[in-house]
Design a protein around this ligand. Structure first.
Ligand SMILES: [Zn+2]
Length: 160
């Protein structure tokens, strides 16, 4: 059994929740799936905006922040990072990690990535060889998102 409390998550907020209850920004464990040999895949929500509150990330904001998260999680957690994806509802990102489900550790890495963004000179992989819509990027918009999420850092684990 996976001990969510031991990993630093509030047990009652793990899994699917009524989206009307969600605060944001937050970091939330969506699922933890053990394999036959004891490895565990962790799915984590990096929610940026409160659902259905009339404020959604633009396609450019989502895209540039996604590139930074992709680059950052690969760099900080090379053995654990599996994937990052945007939420279709434009309020956040899905993070998938192998064998790393510690809330404090994930928040620490997330904080480091967002902090790195503030001094970045360019959006990673924003070129025609590595991106499918390479002109749809904006460093300043992505940095504004990062700044806003960092300001709420003390409440990231307060999901509801
Ligand atoms: Zn891209």
């Amino acid at each position: 059994m996976i001990d969510f409390e031991q990993l630093g998550w509030e047990v009652s907020t793990v899994g699917e929740l009524d989206h009307r209850r969600l605060k944001a920004p937050h970091v939330k464990l969506r699922s933890a799936t053990p394999g036959a040999n004891g490895d565990v895949v962790y799915c984590v929500d990096l929610r940026i905006n409160r659902p259905n509150a009339g404020q959604y990330l633009s396609s450019t904001e989502l895209h540039s922040v996604e590139h930074f998260l992709l680059e950052g999680f690969q760099r900080y957690l090379p053995k654990n990072f599996l994937s990052i994806g945007i939420m279709g509802c434009q309020t956040g990102f899905y993070l998938v990690l192998l064998n790393e489900g510690n809330a404090r550790k994930i928040c620490e890495v997330y904080k480091n990535i967002l902090t790195d963004m503030l001094s970045a000179r360019e959006v990673p992989y924003a070129n025609i060889e590595q991106c499918g819509n390479y002109q749809n990027h904006n460093l300043e918009l992505a940095q504004n998102v990062a700044r806003r999420v960092l300001e709420a850092q003390s409440n990231w684990l307060q999901v509801v």
